[in-house]
Design a protein around this ligand. Sequence first.
Ligand code: ARG
Length: 402
Amino acid sequence: MAQSVVLAYSGGLDTSVAIKWIKEKYGMDVIAVTADVGGDRDLEAVREKALKVGAVKAVVVDARDDFVRHYVFPCLRADAIYQGVYPLATALSRPLIARLLVDVAEKEGATAVAHGCTGKGNDQVRIDVGVAALGPHLKVIAPAREWGMTREQTIAYAQRHAIPIPVTSASPYSIDQNLWGRSIECGVLEDPWAEPPEDVFAWTASAQDAPDRPGYVEIGFEQGLPASLDGRALDGITLIQELNGLAGQHGVGRIDHIEDRLVGIKSREIYEAPAATVLFTAHQALEAMTLSREQLKFKQKVAAEYADLIYNGLWFSSFHQDLAAYVGSTQRYVAGTVRLKLHKGTCRVVGRKSAHSLYRHSLATYDKGDQFDQGASVGFIHIWGLPVKVQAEAQPEKEWKQ
Ligand code: ARG
């Protein structure tokens, strides 16, 4: 009996060709697995296509709840945004897919797993490292990294083997999407000077076409997790879906970035992430109100590390466990409501409230009711400035006297 391999199948050109190619090259039976991470596609059609192209078995797994709960929300609580702009939608789905491949391989008694990533990107790293951590006995086959075919040759291969070429491969772009965002690369976007044509965007209106009247949205958080939208308690999937619709309609969440890949390449990336943009903005605003200055400052450093480790494929590392423990601890009192204004591509916080707020009106006000003891500032400043005064006397700096 032939050995079997579990392939992460998207239904696109590369993974379809991979089914045939693996059979030809390795003589293995291919079991196709497709993770539903909320990419809004007809996955039953994808499943049927896998069988038609030659998979011995094809399964679709609804991983949306798992994705939101165990990947997206931890990233949100950490404020992990790669290079300050990329909400990590694609990057977050990869460890989930790695885990799924390993689980199915175990269940099916497969000896290998496979994916359609090329040898130039981050995704190969994320999946390979995930599999190394969770199923080190499994061999990883990455046809697109091994076969050395150009896009034309891949299309010719598909035609030779009667593999239907998806309409999307007629599109000049390479697109990956899930609940948390949409990533678009290739075609004219490879010219970093070229403005992205309108047809790359599917989830967001252009600012020009967005409504003239601003929209308002209120996000309620409990322990750093979004729990309600405009006062309605919602599960994570629905909340993100609704927010993608609402914010997208106002043109919020377009990102154009020259990004540093782990493999050392700079690449031009376009993202659409309406819900992620709103939720990160809201979450940070609530933290500004409920965390101390020291907590905020340290958390920003943790956020940068957290984003890097997600981006760089280190999801299943002890370092991640350690950072997640810190982040989890910081979220105990991150509860309350944030009000945001969505208008022509912008998303601004216009209000926030929390039962655990550290903001005290009686301390901040310049009006009556002020309880801050201004006289006490004199002694505080005397001691705070003491080392500066001593040093200025002992080690005069000429420039300051000019
Ligand atoms: N550059 C992003 C990342 O490494 C997105 C990659 C998305 N892939 C695609 N086919 N558009 O996470």
